[in-house]
Design a protein around this ligand. Structure first.
Ligand code: C5P
Length: 246
């Protein structure tokens, strides 16, 4: 059984106040996309890694990944790393990654990980839990219990509900699927992909829409999503501290 991965890195850096794509913003001297690619490649033996980049930055992202191509990988087995242009939404970018994997001759039960370059600090143990879970269940997401009470609000900001927080999980990436499940889910959701307002914000959501089960495995407290400069500063501090599960 093979394992491949799509790494989404086609977002802009605007919320980080950067004129470069977010994936090329540096954390401890290396671009976020390099940290995220290395986290995947060192955790499991990947057969192929497809990275989505903004169309204008495909070469820059490919250049940044040169260090990962020649660096350490799990089991010492080199994998093909391709960089392809992303789309107008994250969903569209994942679909572009899937299209690029179309010629890989994947079997229905091969595992596809989908990971965000915006989560550079995911630990190896979490990646492995996701791969194992995807083999077992077909679709898994890493998730953490929610400490805050979460409100549902309408467009006027009026609270319409308070879900029982014991039933909530904040989900992360990588999410893991069998090739059959993920390709079917993206095919069914294709009409939503071109507009951020309708696009799915994660891949599991598309699987849920098919009525297929998605399971949660334990997530990673260090795998925070880098959105603001405060997140970047926190990630720098976490990286400089020992004790992650890498
Ligand atoms: O925008 P957001 O932070 O939710 O993006 C999550 C991930 O999806 C990031 O790694 C980003 O680079 C990626 N993305 C993408 N294509 C887009 C938008 C976001 O690959 N059009």
């Amino acid at each position: 059984m093979r394992t491949v991965a799509i790494l989404t890195a086609a977002g802009s850096g605007s919320r980080l106040g950067s004129d470069r794509p977010k994936a090329l913003v540096e954390l401890a001297g290396e671009p976020l996309v390099v940290h995220a690619a290395r986290a995947l490649l060192c955790a499991v033996a990947l057969d192929r890694l497809v990275v989505t980049a903004p169309a204008a930055s495909v070469e820059d992202v490919a250049g940044a990944l040169a260090t990962v191509r020649s660096g350490p990988v799990h089991g010492g087995v080199r994998c093909e790393v391709d960089v392809v242009p992303g789309g107008p939404s994250r969903q569209a970018s994942v679909a572009a990654g899937l299209a690029s994997l179309g010629d890989a001759g994947l079997a229905a039960d091969d595992v596809v990980l989908v990971h965000d370059a915006a989560r550079p600090l995911v630990g190896h143990a979490t990646v492995r839990r996701v791969v194992d879970g995807a083999r077992r269940h077909g679709a898994v997401v890493p998730g953490l219990a929610v400490a805050d009470t979460v409100k549902v609000v309408d467009e006027d900001g009026r609270v319409t509900g308070t879900p029982d927080r014991r039933t909530l999980r904040a989900v992360q990436t990588p999410q893991g699927f069998t090739w059959a499940v993920l390709s079917r889910a993206h095919e069914a959701g294709r009409h939503r992909a071109d507009d951020e307002a309708t696009a799915a914000t994660d891949d599991a959501g598309l699987v849920e829409d098919l009525g297929l089960p998605v399971h949660v495995v334990v997530g990673d407290a260090h795998a925070l999503k880098i959105t603001t400069t405060a997140d970047l500063e926190l990630a720098e501090r976490l990286l400089s501290r020992a004790g992650t599960d890498r």
